[in-house]
Design a binder for this molecule. Structure first.
Ligand code: GCB
Length: 597
């Protein structure tokens, strides 16, 4: 109880102190000048948090591991030493880099040195792509900030903490699961810990572009609109926005406000799944230029239809976890993204559900390039504590960071608020508030949530969860033929909806061990899984309001919930391909279905 309380208190403070940065992340951080801090970091495993708390369980102020102390005199007692400690690669989870850390949940300290030519005219921002789950960050022995949430970027202004010459950064990463977290203790994926995405030190001029959003106007596909924001006040700032291929060169003059809006007439080729046109966009301010590649498209709903650039579209999709097909563990690189999305494209999809948390930025940028539409979600999964304000604040912070990072990606059309949450008043209030927040931050995309709460009636399945009222597109997870009923019983099921809205079957499927062949009655055989797909696809054909689907799931993924020896061995086997990328029978069934539709 004490530890939960302490962590709760820490959390309240964190939300408070990080709020100035939440939603205020530097847009397109890779495009800014930076020092790359990826590579080997020394690490110390600290299950008792000995480097953080003293023997009275008070936070160390002088002697913690974050001080990176070195022996100076032979009689010195220092019981840790980063310099001689082994290393882990960053980015990367710790579980798949060290056998001893495979099941580990707790604290690991990371340390690395870097040198800097410190200039008085520069501002230094330490940026993390993500760290799962709680990160406490120190530069040269001083705490610079804390972040909560395992899948979104965060950053701290470290201008006052860095010095000319040699510096070191230390991060305490803790992936312990706790009831009040988002996600909570209970999930169906591996709790990979560590500095799972890239780390860099942005070296910005004193005045810099901090953020921008550039998109097609919702009501006019001949207008590019948006805003540009400066990191500091500059009353005389002039910023030039250039899109060379569209002959756009537009100067924005700033006055008192750091954010300046614009609206420019243009005739872009619209971004679509068939032709994912991206335009080079350059934003110049003083002597620096930030470049991006941006697509222009519209997304909307009309009654039961989803409209891409005004035309109804059927979302032929697949769900994906952020697990690499190239190496064990979390995916993090551009190559990982290319591989996963190429596998998805090969299946015949135009849409991917990035489950169940925001994936790394390469995924959405690669989806932009490849013409894949994206559903992106936050880990409000199953039974988070909907009654608690601090849990809400945490979820909203993760939502804000997700939207802040990806708001310029044409591929992203749906922000998902939650997955399979149990019906209650508190849950409805919590997710409604999240949806309102998402719309306030970004009114150019659609809101969804995956529900598993339809009722059984004598006429069939009835979509009647009041949360459907809140979303633009209703997601339905339903495992007919796997968690209930025989596969053959699924084909005849009829669905009804109380809402005049598009529905996506956001999950269905079943498990199979690749290479295990038997009768279709035999659980875990490829034949059984194929049968689940056959009958569910027949059922789906009868859903008049269905506008898409993302069956569960592209590739087998690791999960501690799945211990069955010789079948699961801690893998969720619902992949259409095995963890090694071998196609199962069901892959061909879905592939054929997508080719015909
Ligand atoms: C679900 C969950 C997903 C699980 C899946 C399963 O409904 O949304 O996270 O992995 O079922 O395999 O049971």
């Amino acid at each position: 109880m004490l530890s939960i309380l302490t962590r709760g208190l820490t959390f309240a403070a964190i939300i408070f102190c990080s709020s100035s940065y939440a939603g205020n992340l530097i847009q397109n951080s890779d495009a800014h000048a930076h020092i790359d801090l990826d590579g080997p970091w020394h690490y110390i495993v600290d299950p008792y948090e000995n480097g953080f708390y003293n023997h009275r369980y008070q936070e160390h102020t002088r002697d913690g591991y974050f001080k990176n102390a070195q022996v100076k005199h032979p009689s010195d007692l220092i019981e840790y030493d980063f310099a001689s400690a082994a290393t882990l690669n960053v980015p990367g989870d710790w579980n798949t880099q060290q056998d001893e850390l495979f099941f580990y949940e707790g604290t690991v300290w990371y340390q690395r040195d870097f040198s800097l030519d410190k200039s008085r005219n520069e501002r230094y921002i330490l940026h993390f792509g993500a760290a799962n789950y709680e990160a406490v960050v120190y530069v040269n022995g001083e705490k610079v900030g804390t972040h909560i949430g395992g899948f979104t970027p965060f950053e701290f202004d470290v201008t006052g903490a860095v010095k000319d010459g040699d510096n070191f950064v230390i991060v305490k990463v803790d992936n312990r699961r706790e009831r009040e977290q988002v996600p909570t203790v209970n999930t169906d994926w591996w709790n990979y810990g560590g500095l799972t995405r890239s780390v860099k030190l942005l070296t910005l001029p004193k005045q810099y572009i901090s953020d921008y959003t550039i998109h097609l106007a919702d009501d006019d596909n001949r207008t590019i609109t948006g805003w540009i924001e400066l990191g500091t006040g500059d009353k005389n700032a002039k910023v030039t926005l250039e899109i060379p291929a569209l002959d756009i060169k537009h100067t924005l003059k700033f006055s008192d406000e750091p954010r300046q809006s614009f609206s420019i007439k243009a005739k872009p080729n619209l971004w679509s799944t068939a032709e994912p046109t991206l335009y080079e966009v350059n934003i110049r301010y003083n002597d620096r230029t930030i470049s991006d590649r941006i697509g222009f498209r519209q997304i909307a709903v009309k009654d039961e239809d989803i409209l891409l650039n005004g035309e109804p579209i059927f979302l032929k999709g697949i769900s994906i976890h952020e697990e690499s097909a190239l190496h064990p563990g979390r995916a993090w690189s551009k190559e990982d993204a290319r591989q996963l999305l190429t596998m998805a494209k090969d299946l015949g999809v135009n849409f991917v559900r990035l489950a169940h948390y925001p994936h790394n930025e390469h995924m959405v940028r690669m989806a932009d390039e490849m013409g894949l539409l994206v559903w992106s979600e936050i880990p409000v999964y199953w039974t988070v504590l909907f009654e608690r304000d601090d849990v809400y604040a945490n979820a909203e912070n993760q939502l804000t960071e997700m939207i802040s990072r990806d708001k310029n990606r044409a591929s992203v059309i749906l922000w998902s608020m939650a997955n399979e949450t149990p019906k209650s008043e508190a849950r409805l209030g919590f997710i409604t508030k999240l949806a309102n927040k998402a719309r306030e931050l970004d009114d150019t995309r659609l809101i969804t949530a995956a529900l598993d709460t339809s009722s059984e009636t004598d006429k069939g399945k009835h979509i009647d969860d009041p949360l459907s009222e809140v979303v633009d597109v209703i997601g339905i997870n339903n495992y007919c033929g796997w968690y209930g009923k025989k596969p053959a019983e699924c084909a005849g099921i009829k669905w009804h909806s109380d809402y005049n809205k598009p529905v996506i079957m956001s999950e269905f499927g079943g498990g199979a061990l690749a290479g295990y062949h038997a009768d279709a009655e035999q659980r875990w055989s490829e034949e059984y899984q194929a049968d689940v797909y056959r009958h569910n696809l027949t059922m789906i054909d009868n859903m008049s309001f269905l506008r898409g689907m993302t069956p569960w799931i592209l590739k087998d993924f690791r999960s501690p919930r799945r211990p069955l020896t010789n079948i699961q061995d801690f893998w969720n086997r619902k992949g259409l391909v095995s963890d090694k990328g071998v196609k199962k029978q069901a892959w061909y069934i879905l592939n054929e279905y997508y080719q015909q539709h």
